[in-house]
Design a binder for this molecule. Sequence first.
Ligand code: PLP
Length: 392
Amino acid sequence: MPERDLLMIPGPIDVDPPVLRALSRPPLAHTSPEFIEIFGSTITALRDVFLAPQGQPFVVAGSGTLAMEMGVANLLEPGDKALVINTGFFSERYADVCKRFGATVETLNAPLGDAPAPDAADKILSQGGYKLMTITQVDTSTGVLADVRGLAEVARKHNVLVVVDGVCATAAEEFRQDEWGVDVCITGSQKALSVPPGIAFVMAGPRAIAAFEARKTPVASYYSDWGLWKPVMQAYEQRKPAYFATPPVNLIFALQVAVQQILAEGMPARWERHRRLSNAFKSGIDALGLRQVPLSPVIAAHTMSAVYYPEGVNASVLGKIKAEGVVLAGGIAPAIRDRYFRIGHMGNANASDILAALGAIERGLAAAGARVDLGAGVAAAQRSLAQTPATV
Ligand SMILES: *Cc1c(COP(=O)(O)O)cnc(C)c1O
């Protein structure tokens, strides 16, 4: 299998060589001064990625799903009410996670490809009694981008904690944790943070920490307990050794490099680059006459695209696109699973990757017997890119 295939799925994503090289150095003792410096400085730097100057970062070995658990297990107690803003498969997963920790869960649904409006959340939260609300910033099953800012504003009004699943968004979609009043944001390493899979992140704001400290019952998950991790995170930031459970030291080496790259680009520039590439990719998809799952551009993610197959084409086209050198993902939203595919364009993706992916999609569709105007998607993307030249 050629190692040069372009991996453009919505995570794990392609990893930059300097990040990969960092991963391959021999492990260090997790209590060594050298590792403490690397981990401590990286924990501190994460506040600038989430724009959470007052946040308490938790960085532990695990996937995004563990981060989801760790985000709510410390806040929910049996009988608490939670509202889940449902934009797809991963929102529904959050409902399941909340139930597992004893919450009574209400979901605010929208038609497939749509996003619930803040007003609708306002109506439900007005009934009172809610402890927290979850929002999936980008639901990777539908490619729908939620209005985190508007939804969080409503929750604030009702004094409800806001937990954001940023697994397919953090470090690529605009996000200002402190300014927007988000209490917890969680993510994983393998999506827009551009590190291989295996690190779970939770950024907990002051209200979340206060709610945790006011708990009456112990946290039902031992590994996820903020009380066990917080002293460890604080010790690393103070450059002191500490241990609760072994950090994934090699992944932390890689994370250090990735976070340095992210902050060197700067968050607004990074959000803007993702917008530019996404707009170009989606222009290409439109020009090929393909329909997208999100019902309108304002609720479409910039980290990925979810696109319906044309008439007469099914998931076997992904093999043909792969034969052209680009790896894309099939559907996971149960109602339309076999009718659409997904493309990740986050992290280190660049304009040339966008054109390569569109070209491979055009040739793949043609090989699958679809009527394709070869080059039409690439040309539309080129025009879009030319309108917004890359900033250096
Ligand atoms: C990928 C993803 C997850 C799950 O992450 P894993 O690392 O697969 O456990 C959760 N939420 C969203 C929005 C995701 O995209």
